[in-house]
Design a protein around this ligand. Structure first.
Ligand code: B1M
Length: 213
């Protein structure tokens, strides 16, 4: 059934994806397994087809919306807040970038792990991140970028936090397909997650580190 789900996601068949996701959950398949074994591989295929020119924006958008629908179904099952009270994370996709599936997934898993997530959405400017840090006093700021052209806004946000005198108060984590550990290091970010699971592990470690220093 997982293979069928992958194919339905690639085809952007929302009704079938929703039905299969619900059927797998009802049959006892853990939400993380549905995500890792069926949905994420489907988005990988969509990405590869986009790259090779085999499919175009409307098809990609259809799969993306279908993926978001499946994530909404999985959301209540992605962790039960096992570490409730870990602190607040301000999360957003950087300026100029509309990709939000990965960022939303990171947000859901952080929430599932016990963080309070303030999701600022997409196209978040450096000044909007700064304003959100002032407003919510988070333990962590998370920035996502999927376009190589928008990576520069991560550096801008870090500079803006520094200029506002807020950089020492928060840990900053970055991620997204073009982001690497080396890039995160070059920015001076505190953490990087190659995927949503690693992002959660890194966030927990950063918060634990902040409370012991
Ligand atoms: Co776009 N797009 N897209 N796209 N799109 C990519 C990113 C691209 C690689 C496709 C390609 O050419 N193969 C390419 C970028 C090339 C580059 O920059 N070098 C690209 C392009 C070019 C574009 C447009 C410019 C196309 C155009 O208009 N000509 C345009 C840009 C719009 C804009 O942002 N201004 C565009 C538009 C779109 C859609 C709207 C159609 C749609 C987005 C819908 C949406 O997000 N609501 C879309 C999609 C779906 C994709 C691909 C196919 C899939 C992205 C995705 O959702 N992956 C993507 C190809 C690819 O990445 N292989 C592509 C699934 C998701 C779960 O993974 O987001 O990587 P990901 O998140 C992962 C990790 O990266 C990590 O954890 C997540 C879960 O494991 N992670 C973090 C993410 N954020 C993190 C933050 C963290 C830690 C970890 O800490 C805070």
């Amino acid at each position: 059934m997982k293979e069928q789900l992958t194919q339905a996601l690639i085809a952007g068949n929302a009704d079938l994806v929703n039905a299969l996701t619900q059927a797998l959950l009802a049959g006892g398949t853990p939400a993380r397994e549905i995500l890792d074994d069926a949905l994420l591989p489907g988005m990988e295929v969509v990405g590869a087809r986009m790259r090779s020119g085999e499919c175009f924006i409307p098809e990609v958008l259809l799969s993306a919306r279908t993926m978001q629908g499946a994530l909404d179904i999985l959301k209540p099952h992605l962790g039960e807040g096992e570490g409730a009270g870990l602190g607040t994370v301000v999360l957003g996709t950087v300026e100029g970038d509309l990709h939000d599936i990965g960022k939303n997934l990171v947000g859901m898993l952080l929430q599932g792990a016990g963080f309070t997530v303030v999701n600022l959405g997409t196209g978040v400017t450096a000044q909007q991140f700064v304003a959100a840090v002032r407003e919510h006093s988070p333990a962590l700021v998370g920035m996502s970028a999927l376009l190589t052209t928008t990576l520069t806004h991560m550096a801008e946000t870090l500079a803006a936090l520094k200029e506002a005198g807020l950089r020492e108060q928060v840990k900053v984590m970055v991620g997204g397909a073009p982001v690497t550990q080396a890039f995160a290091d070059s920015l001076g970010a505190d953490g990087y997650g190659a995927n949503a699971g690693m992002a959660v592990d890194r966030a927990k470690a950063l918060v634990a580190q902040a409370t012991t220093t």
